[in-house]
Design a protein around this ligand. Structure first.
Ligand code: SF4
Length: 351
């Protein structure tokens, strides 16, 4: 059954035409969906009861059932775990950055992930199913309510960096982005929406052709194909040269810098020689590197490097003229890294 939060104006208008309702009913319904965000058809008092019944038969307003909610000690990272239809557990995170006045919603596009990256709790937990665009918008609206509840305003940015690979569920992700950008919804401009990918060249090419103007982040994590394949087994399907060429075309078409995400893992991809190799790979490309010291996953042997190694890695890139920042760890005590809350929910209880 469809999720009404992903329906665009055309779909709502077509539904009203099919049910022989006047076209302006679509606008009334949109207002309930995206401005008032009601989860109950019965509350839509300006719609006739017969229409409300038909809308209820044809689609859902909410499908995510909250199972867990955690907040970091400083209250700046909030994580929600939902049960979705099809025995799917889905996570999303609100990250508040007071200094930059940002309230970022990190959304999942899949329940689980088929890519199986070695350092990722989601990857080791397997893949359940793709999420619909409506399920992604619903995560954003839940986090928006949470952001409003913390005080001032709602979410200012959205990143698709939660569970799953957005370019393997691209139609649904684009439908969600269209709703999030809609002035009736969150009204986010393209520069406030970031799509993070492990690098699916044909998906990146579709993005470049789509003409949509959001930001792209490439999860690079290694400076060469061999190490990348080891860390991210699915990368064997996507040669690094092809990935980089596709990303270059996106950057040119969208006139946007790209962020290269680099999860720093002690003794794996963190040496000065690897920093030098990364600098050579990115030399002449537009964008910056975001170094993310690994958020350790329980049961996994990987660890973040000591701070001195992280600074040395960053200094090597900077000396080579590559812009880079180090992302401070957020929410490690609440399992804020992708997939950790789900892993906890699925872990057998020890007697
Ligand atoms: S890091 Fe991203 S792409 Fe890799 S397994 Fe985790 S969710 Fe999937």
């Amino acid at each position: 059954m469809r999720h009404w939060l992903e329906a665009g104006s055309g779909e709502l208008a077509a539904f009203m035409a099919e049910t022989e309702e006047p076209a302006w009913r679509a606008e009334q319904f949109r207002c309930w969906l995206h401005q008032k965000r009601t989860g109950d058809f019965a509350a839509m008092k300006n719609l006739p009861e017969t229409l409300r019944l038909r809308l209820a038969e044809a689609g859902r307003l909410r499908v995510l059932d909250e199972r867990d909610s955690r907040s970091s000690a400083d209250g700046l990272t909030r994580k929600l775990l939902f049960a979705a239809p099809g025995e799917a557990l889905v996570e999303c995170v609100l990250i508040i950055e007071k200094r930059r006045s940002r309230r970022t919603a990190c959304l999942s596009c899949m329940a689980g992930c088929p890519l199986g990256c070695r350092f990722c709790a989601t990857g080791s937990g397997g893949f359940v199913r793709n999420l619909s665009g409506g399920e992604m918008v619903e995560q954003a609206y839940r986090l928006d309510a949470l952001a409003h509840g913390t005080g001032k305003s709602g979410i200012s940015h959205v990143v698709f960096m939660g569970m799953g690979e957005p370019l393997l569920n691209l139609d649904a992700v684009l439908a969600a982005i269209d709703r999030l950008a809609d002035p009736d919804g969150l009204g986010l401009s393209g520069r406030r929406i970031t799509l993070s990918t492990a690098g699916v060249p044909e998906g990146v090419a579709r993005l470049a052709e789509s003409g949509r103007n959001f930001r792209l982040a490439l999860s690079l994590h290694a400076p060469d194909q061999k190490l990348r394949e080891w860390l991210m087994p699915a990368a064997c399907r996507w040669p690094l040269a092809e990935v980089m060429a596709a990303v270059d075309r996106f950057a040119a078409a969208a006139s946007r810098d790209v962020t290269y995400e680099y999860c720093l893992i002690d003794g794996v991809n963190s040496s000065p020689a690897q920093a030098g190799k990364l600098a050579r790979l990115l030399s002449g490309r537009r964008g910056k590197v975001n170094i993310i010291p690994l958020n350790p996953v329980p049961g996994n042997e990987f660890r973040p490097p000591p701070p001195a190694s992280t600074h040395r890695f960053q200094a090597t890139l900077k000396a080579a003229g590559i812009p880079c920042t180090v992302r401070m760890e957020k929410g490690s005590e609440i399992g804020a890294a992708c997939g950790q809350l789900r892993a906890g929910a699925e872990a057998p209880v020890r007697e």
